[in-house]
Design a protein around this ligand. Structure first.
Ligand SMILES: Cc1cc2nc3c(=O)[nH]c(=O)nc-3n(C[C@H](O)[C@H](O)[C@H](O)COP(=O)(O)OP(=O)(O)OC[C@H]3O[C@@H](n4cnc5c(N)ncnc54)[C@H](O)[C@@H]3O)c2cc1C
Length: 461
């Protein structure tokens, strides 16, 4: 322990000499960089350093390697599974100073950005080109952080996740070497898929400093809609049938009654308090009208009411803002409590069994929680609202989560559709992938980061 304190002090003095006031050791900065949105308490790093270039990232990794201290890349700090917790102390490497949009190539439908660019910043910049980047985790995350967590969100049902939309990454490895993982080509069969290895690596294999992304044309027509149902089964069956009939939905989001109640109060809506779907259709005028009509026919057969549509930008924005604020709306249901967002994802045909089983568990336990999700992908979240001092309540939530994960795995699904493993799902990863697959992941980590300085203890111990 004494040696670690000495190493940390030495490292901080080296970084202070080099980075001046871009190194912070204030308690407030360190606490903020430990991950404030996670349901797990975050251990605070010894210091926070703000990098502005790839060369500076290389210097910081060299310094951390020399002193044997951990380094945890930091994007916007919105991850949910203890990803930023400094379990073994060390440095939080803040990439928000690397926020330049390096190039946009409309003719190739791609762009190159620094890792600290946020998705809202990018989409504001792209509007004048008639383009957009679709991956949308709701939170205004950085593109580097989104790549590192293999993020998705409301648009993934149509446009895919970060796995599908990252073409290439510039990555600084633990020993300071810099690699480019791909090219600007739309596809490649050149060797192992190194881009795919880093997408979802949660800062454990290297620090991403630049990202090349696929872009899309803003659709000619966008129609958003809200449809409420008499039963939860009706809403879920509608989703399954709409996906199975290949309606090219751009978004289809489920909110249970409690979530609708929370959104009504938080976002000043007056939706009927029933199981509800938020939808979006993209395409030409005619295509959008046809998609909405086909959807409505399916919904009507399953107890869906009339679909309220929003065509104007302001109306659509209000609707999706309310959806994106679902987490904060849930938090507001119970002051001074924290939200634990679970994250299972199942094959689409298993969605009804998964959600109905979870609902029954919540009802049986009398737990205060909402259900919300990107159901077109078979992905949904139970948002528990927990009193941080009530351990018995937390244990009951954990038991429900365990059953939810077990059910998802039995149905051929995963313990995490989009939030990642972090600290919180390490045991579930072993259950899901098996010991041999996790051992292979550990061997890759050992090869690429032999001193385990890159975000140690995340994904596995
Ligand atoms: C209200 C709310 C709603 C959310 N909804 C969704 C959702 O719908 N879908 C979804 O996928 N997620 C969602 N999330 C989770 C979160 O937004 C994503 O995980 C996001 O991708 C994290 O990005 P970030 O920039 O905040 O990264 P951070 O939280 O800063 O970091 C996340 C992880 O990535 C690593 N990392 C960050 N930057 C880099 C880098 N440049 N190089 C290497 N590693 C790096 C970190 O070390 C850490 O392990 C939500 C979160 C909140 C608070």
């Amino acid at each position: 322990m004494g040696n670690e304190i000495k190493a940390s002090a030495l490292l901080l003095s080296v970084l202070a000499g080099r980075f001046g006031d871009r190194l912070s050791v204030s308690t407030a900065a360190r606490e903020q960089h430990a991950g404030t949105e996670s349901h797990l308490p975050g251990a605070i790093p010894d210091g926070v350093v703000l990098a502005q270039t790839t060369e500076e990232v290389i210097e910081i990794l060299h310094a951390c390697t020399t002193h044997g201290m951990p380094v945890i890349a930091y994007g916007a700090g919105t991850s949910l599974e203890g990803h930023l917790s400094a379990e073994r102390g060390g440095i939080s490497l803040d990439l928000t100073g690397m926020a330049r949009i390096l190039s946009v190539e409309p003719e190739n439908l791609l762009c190159r950005v620094e890792a600290g660019v946020t998705r809202e910043q990018l989409n504001t910049h792209l509007r004048d080109f008639g383009l957009f980047f679709p991956v949308d985790p709701g939170a205004n995350a950085t593109l580097g952080g989104m790549a590192a967590t293999r993020a998705s969100g409301t648009n993934a049902v149509r446009y895919g996740t970060m796995r599908d939309n990252v073409l290439s990454l510039k990555v600084v490895l633990a020993d300071g070497r810099v690699i480019e993982t791909g090219t600007n080509a739309a596809k490649s069969a050149a060797g192992y898929d190194i881009t795919g290895l880093f997408v979802g690596s949660e800062g454990t294999l290297g620090v991403i400093t630049e990202v090349t992304l696929r872009l899309y044309g803003i659709p000619e027509s966008i129609l958003a809609g809200v449809c409420s149902f008499t039963t939860l089964d009706g809403a879920v069956d509608t989703v399954i049938q709409a996906i199975q009939q290949a309606i090219p939905l751009a978004r289809i989001e489920f909110l249970d009654e409690k979530q609708v109640e929370a959104c009504n109060a938080y976002s000043k809506l007056d939706l009927p308090v029933r199981p509800t779907l938020f939808l979006e259709f993209n395409g030409s005028e005619a295509a959008v009208a046809e998609q909405a009509e086909t959807f409505h026919a399916i919904a009507s057969q399953n107890g869906g009411g009339k679909m309220t549509v929003a065509r104007q930008v302001e109306d659509r924005t209000k609707l999706w803002k309310a959806r994106h604020n679902a987490y904060f709306a849930t938090k507001a249901l119970r002051p001074n409590c924290r939200v634990w967002s679970t994250d299972v994802c199942v094959p689409i045909a298993a969605l009804a069994e998964s959600i109905l089983g979870t609902r029954a568990d919540l009802d049986a336990e009398g737990m205060l929680a909402t259900i919300v999700g990107h159901v077109g992908d078979g992905n949904y979240h139970v948002l528990f609202i927990l009193d941080p001092d009530n351990h018995e309540e937390e244990a009951r939530a954990a038991a429900i989560n365990e059953r939810m994960v077990s059910r998802a795995l039995a149905l051929g699904g995963t313990c995490t559709g989009e939030h990642g493993i972090g600290l919180g799902k390490r045991e579930n990863l072993i259950r899901e992938r098996g010991g041999d697959a996790v051992a292979l992941m550990k061997a890759i980590k050992q090869l690429m980061d032999p001193s385990s300085i890159l975000n140690p203890d995340k994904i596995f111990t």
